[in-house]
Design a protein around this ligand. Structure first.
Ligand code: JBE
Length: 274
């Protein structure tokens, strides 16, 4: 996959040289090219922004440098057309499904705007996708581009050492993953669950599935509604509901049940005891 990133802060994208995404680039699976938008300005001050029509605070990115940059990048390979992505809080919420979709593209171009945004005519002309990584305000699209590219890069063929691990991820089956443990067997008085040391692979798989269901129910009940559930999964959920009802009879149990209903939970409290 080729990915071009247009930004006024090219150094913001340097983390893409590290770790898994960096290795994908060294191996040639991914080719990231970062461009400084100011290279496509023609005035002596290399201006990329201007005041918004209609007034208001902040600045808007001018259309001309964006159009020149995107034209030149798109024309650099006349055999195909890139998919142009604009990270913005006004975009479609980013998800694992979305990452899988982008991972199938041969060529992505990311346009990093400052928060007040890029002149809307550039978006209308060029953007195939406006993507939001969450309901909070970042200073610009650079960090969102890092997030999206990392989620996409690890799905490219050969990037993860073990091809099974992408399929096992949280969200790939619509649920959160079960908790994980390594040595020592007892740490600060807490023991690793016996089933994980039993060598019984079927029992381990059942336990992990039940834990995934319990955790997801406690922390992200919205995900359980959309997950594909087997009869065995439904039996686990019914058992959890019965436990919650039993706990609700006691004071601490009531808090636990409320926590679960609110989708709250931390490593310390309810989910694993639910
Ligand atoms: O989610 N996003 O892609 C953003 C882009 C720019 C600023 N804030 C965001 N949340």
């Amino acid at each position: 996959m080729r990915a071009d990133v247009v930004t006024i802060f090219p150094t913001y994208l340097e983390p893409l040289r590290l770790s898994l995404v960096g290795r994908a680039q060294e191996r040639g699976t991914l080719d990231v090219r970062t461009h400084d938008l100011r290279a496509w300005t023609s005035d002596v001050h290399r201006t990329v922004d201007d005041a918004p029509y209609g007034g208001g605070p902040g600045m808007v990115m001018r259309p001309e440098p964006w159009d020149a940059a995107l034209s030149e990048i798109a024309e650099s390979d006349p055999t195909r057309r890139p998919r142009v992505v604009v990270p913005t809080p006004a975009g479609r919420p980013f998800s694992q499904r979305h990452a899988e979709e982008l991972a199938r593209e041969p060529w992505l171009v990311f346009c990093c705007g400052r928060y007040e945004g890029i002149d809307s005519r550039v978006i209308d002309t060029w953007a195939d996708d406006e993507i939001s990584i969450g309901d909070y305000v970042l200073a610009g699209g650079e960090v969102a581009t890092l997030v999206i590219l990392e989620a996409v890069a690890r799905l490219l063929p050969g990037v993860l050492g073990n091809s099974a691990s992408a399929a096992d991820d949280s969200f790939s089956d619509g649920l959160l993953e079960a908790p994980v443990y390594t040595r020592p067997q007892v740490w600060r008085g807490a023991e690793v669950p016996a089933v994980l040391r039993s060598g019984d692979h079927a029992a381990v798989a059942r336990w992990r599935r039940a834990q995934a269901l319990r955790r997801t129910l406690a922390r992200r009940p919205d995900l359980v509604e959309h997950a594909e559930l087997s009869d065995a999964d439904r039996a686990v959920l019914e058992a959890v509901a019965a436990e919650v009802q039993q706990h609700a009879a006691t004071a601490s149990g009531a808090a636990l049940a409320a926590d679960s209903a609110a989708g709250r939970g931390s490593a310390r409290d309810s989910p694993d005891r639910l």
